[in-house]
Unconditional design. Structure first.
Length: 246
């Protein structure tokens, strides 16, 4: 069951060739623990560029390419839609803008800041000791996915759709996901890097959820995607800051 749920999570959260079917999707939808488990797998892949003996600037570019190569751009589309929604007034109009295929200035700004933030995080990580960089990348991905698990347990749907399908979890399920995220902290070196990244990812995703509840009247698939992208960037920077201050 857990492995099936993990396969469903990887099929939804990445471009990895794990195969997608209704059974895996349903198992994932009912298993919040699959979020952080997928974070470990994706995070390990995203950390590969920092193992290579290349200059920091090259490592940062490779990190950017590997990130979008592994995770795809579906969640970036959610960030773009939230950027456009933030540029208008009224919950109903914001939801309407998010369904519009036209790209506005809000979307361009949101995606631009997201990509720039990810690239700069990659540059900072490339200058850390190898173990610290690897710890931060894995912990950031686990933290971002833990934040998505929190939204699935605590959020309410803005409308019927993909987001609503994921909002069928319990607080108990999130507690299991939280426990499964703890190795990302305990095994990090130093541990403060893991703690900073995981907590920053969780808090950022919850912040996006709070914004969505206030401005969109609930959580949607775009909100999940945007929360994932923003949480990853913030969590990576938090890991770099944590190492710098430790």
């Amino acid at each position: 069951m857990v492995l099936t749920a993990l396969r469903g999570a990887l099929g939804f959260l990445s471009r990895l060739p794990v195969g997608q079917d209704q059974g895996a999707w349903e198992a994932f939808r009912r298993t919040p623990a699959a979020f952080p488990l997928a974070g470990y797998v994706i995070g390990a892949l995203l950390a590969v560029p920092f193992v290579l003996p290349v200059p920091a600037s090259v490592g940062a570019v490779l990190f950017l390419g590997v990130t979008y190569g592994v995770t795809g751009v579906n969640h970036v589309d959610g960030l773009a839609d939230l950027g456009d929604a933030a540029a208008v007034h009224g919950a109903e109009k914001r939801r309407s803008v998010m369904k519009d295929t036209t790209v506005g200035v809000g979307a361009v700004l949101a995606v631009g800041l997201g990509v720039a933030g990810l690239a700069l995080a990659g540059l900072g990580l490339a200058r850390l000791p190898l173990v610290a960089a690897l710890s931060a990348v894995v912990a950031a991905e686990v933290g971002a996915k833990l934040g998505m698990a929190a939204l699935s347990a605590l959020g309410s749907p803005a409308h019927d759709g993909l987001g609503a399908a994921l909002l069928d979890q319990t607080v108990g399920g999130f507690a299991v996901a939280l426990l499964l995220a703890m190795p990302a902290v305990a095994l990090a070196r130093p541990a403060v890097v893991g703690a900073g990244s995981v907590s920053a990812g969780l808090v950022t995703a919850l912040g996006v959820g709070w914004w969505a509840r206030s401005w969109l009247d609930g959580i949607s698939g775009d909100v999940f995607g945007a929360a994932n992208e923003l949480a990853r960037v913030v969590a990576l920077h938090a890991g770099v800051v944590a190492w710098t201050l430790s």
